[in-house]
Design a protein around this ligand. Structure first.
Ligand code: HEM
Length: 232
């Protein structure tokens, strides 16, 4: 990958993905959950579905917090509380690896439930299955970074450019960000590119409910009878 394509992919594309995520989420957000009744409650194996949903959500929640803390916290903060680079890297591998495996198994169960019912599945659900497949690939890529990290980054120092990349993107320094990622192993690059694709597509899929379902419940809780609020 030459300098320009590296800059476009790791310096420019993250901003496009997050802009679409914010703008698309805002435009599509109308306070109502975009859930199409697909008969899954009736059709799918309830046990498999419940187990899959629980494992998937538990794993992804831990990964989400882990990514936020692990990538966006300046390394000086870890150092100041006595967490060494190698310990931080081991934590990423162990906690992230376990959460990733749990989420992967949960997602496989979910996908099996959906695909087993494919004959009864309305075509409108294609997008839902497609985004789940993209997340499955993302989990696979994330888990594949672990052997590489174990082989090449055991001191933790070699993984610092990944944090610096994320922090440079967050602080609007795209050129520096692209520079940090340029020399990293390709599996990390693939994971980042696919992760940003999920961010980009987020507002156009069922994932948008992560925002609208809580808002919908909050508005109901505020106004349980659904009556219009008094004006003036
Ligand atoms: C823009 C989005 C994302 C970025 C930039 C990103 C970045 C990264 C990076 C840099 C690592 C390596 C951490 C290290 O070894 O120090 C990693 C690991 C990992 N990621 Fe992501 N990721 C993203 C989204 C996701 C998503 C959506 C999932 C799962 C649904 C995921 C699952 C994993 C897993 C399982 C690992 C391996 C365990 C770990 O180190 O935590 N990632 N990710």
């Amino acid at each position: 990958m030459n300098d320009w394509s590296n800059y476009l992919v790791f310096g420019g594309y993250p901003y496009v993905a997050f802009a679409v995520f914010l703008l698309g989420g805002w435009l599509r957000f109308d306070g109502e959950p975009h859930i199409q009744p697909d008969g899954s409650g009736r059709l799918l194996s309830r046990r498999q579905l419940t187990l899959g949903v629980t494992l998937f959500h538990a794993g992804v929640l831990i990964l989400f917090v882990g990514h936020l803390v692990g990538l966006l916290t300046p390394i000086q903060v870890f150092e100041s509380v006595g967490i060494s680079h190698s310990f931080k890297q081991s934590m990423a591998n162990v906690i992230g690896g376990t959460a990733g495996t749990v989420a992967f198994i949960g997602l496989l169960l979910l996908l099996c439930s959906r695909l087993n019912e494919s004959r009864a599945r309305p075509p409108s659900l294609f997008g839902d299955v497609a985004i789940l497949l993209l997340i499955l690939v993302q989990l696979g890529l994330g888990l594949s970074t672990i052997p590489v990290a174990l082989a090449k980054m055991s001191s933790g120092c070699e993984a610092l450019p990944l944090m610096w990349w994320a922090q440079s993107i967050a602080t609007l320094k795209p050129a520096a960000a692209a520079g940090y990622i340029a020399g990293m192993p390709v599996i990390f690059k693939l994971h980042i590119v696919n992760g940003l694709a999920i961010v980009l597509l987020f507002p156009f899929t069922r994932l948008v409910n992560i925002w609208s379902v809580p808002a919908w419940f909050l508005s109901r809780w505020h106004n349980p009878l659904g009556q219009p609020s008094p004006v003036g």
